[in-house]
Design a binder for this molecule. Sequence first.
Ligand SMILES: [Zn+2]
Length: 107
Amino acid sequence: MKYPYLETEFNENLDKQVVKIINQYWKIENRTFLYSPTKLRNKFGITQPRLNSIVKNNSKTKLFLDECVECEKPIIIPVTSQSTAKNKIENPDFICSDCRSKLNRAP
Ligand SMILES: [Zn+2]
């Protein structure tokens, strides 16, 4: 799969509507989120705190940012909001946390 991409794990027994909101919330194309929080709030008639809690309390999402330049494994970052994910995509790490700590330990 082409980086960056997101993988979402859903809690069990969720309402269809909740799954739909979460799926749209994390939908990304060409490094851009397709549905901004404002768009989703208007579309589903919910408040921002409600949107945040729907996303955070019912799912876990990981951002697969890129391949590590050292070990070529994917750089995976847990994210809880579009803004944290966006920030990582716009200011990406090129090295995974394992390699970073190895480099930091090197003399
Ligand atoms: Zn690495």
